[in-house]
Design a protein around this ligand. Structure first.
Ligand code: KMH
Ligand code: ZN
Length: 272
């Protein structure tokens, strides 16, 4: 089995300090949370930029400021920027961060309800647009799939040579409007992947650690972080993103799975 790649989604676009005071907004807070996650065992940071007042933004200058500051603190950490942004943002707004030619970015592979009246829109043409831009800029993409139809979409785009190897997926499960994160959902998705693909799981809310456990056990990778879940255990808020990463490291010990460094993560994902 490959070593375990832990991704930490430190900020998100929806979760606020009112939900958990550790959610970072300022550049300094982003660095503090990224460094803590890295020192705890994360090799990838999934990043949504925020303004100091907490508003999510896809402004590339703000991203640049945050990325440079994190790189200064943790030079080898892999920074995966979000091209999902926040619900309601346009394709152009979401993709402008790619002009920075980041090392890695998310590629959201389908539309879904996103709680209440919200819809997270990713049409086929959106996906093609993002994939083409990432191919042009040599950005490694992680394909976010919120349900099985999204994997099927990637397979169609692989056949058309729009999505290119190495195929790395993230199953984001438990969104209110997407697929749940029960054990059978996990097996259905991983058995549906194309040959040679790697995958990570991101369980939302109560699904975070049960899914992490399954993925560690079956050779997948894991994403945790305040974007996805604010609790260390039922009723106990995580004090930091690092708290959540440390819990995955404990799960890995249970299965004798070693943790990948950023450089090992790059090798596993075919990035170098
Ligand atoms: N904030 C969600 C609407 C991604 O980062 O690529 C979308 C999201 C996915 O978080
Ligand atoms: Zn995200």
């Amino acid at each position: 089995m490959d070593k375990l790649i832990i991704t930490c989604a430190i900020s998100g676009a929806e979760v606020m300090k009112e939900h958990n005071p550790a959610v970072p907004y300022s550049v300094e807070e982003m660095v503090e949370q990224a460094r803590g996650a890295y020192e705890a065992g994360a090799s990838i940071i999934h990043l949504h930029a925020r303004y100091d007042d907490g508003r999510p933004t896809q402004d590339k200058d703000r991203y640049d400021e945050i990325i440079q500051a994190i790189k200064k603190a943790c030079p080898d950490l892999i920074i995966q920027v979000s091209t999902g942004g926040a619900v309601g943002m346009s394709r152009q707004e979401r993709s402008s961060v790619l002009d920075l030619k980041p090392e890695m970015a998310t590629l959201d592979c389908g539309t879904l309800n996103f709680g209440g009246d919200d819809i997270f829109v990713n049409t086929e043409n959106d996906i093609i647009y993002f994939a083409n831009k990432m191919n042009e800029y040599h950005v490694m993409y992680e394909m976010e799939c919120f349900e099985k139809g999204h994997i099927d979409m990637t397979k169609r785009l692989i056949k058309k040579d729009i999505i290119k190897a190495h195929y790395h997926y993230s199953f984001v499960l438990g969104v209110n409007g997407g697929m749940t994160g029960e054990e059978r959902d996990f097996h259905f998705l991983r058995e549906s992947l194309p040959e040679g693909a790697t995958y990570s799981v991101a369980g939302i809310g109560r699904y975070e650690f049960p899914l992490a456990d399954l993925s560690v056990k079956y050779g997948g990778h894991v994403r945790v972080g305040l974007e996805d879940n604010i609790y260390l255990e039922k009723g106990v808020l995580a004090k930091s993103n690092a708290d959540l990463v440390r819990k995955v490291v404990e799960i890995a010990k249970k299965y004798n799975r070693e943790i990948a460094s950023p450089s090992e993560a790059r090798q596993i994902l075919g990035m170098e």
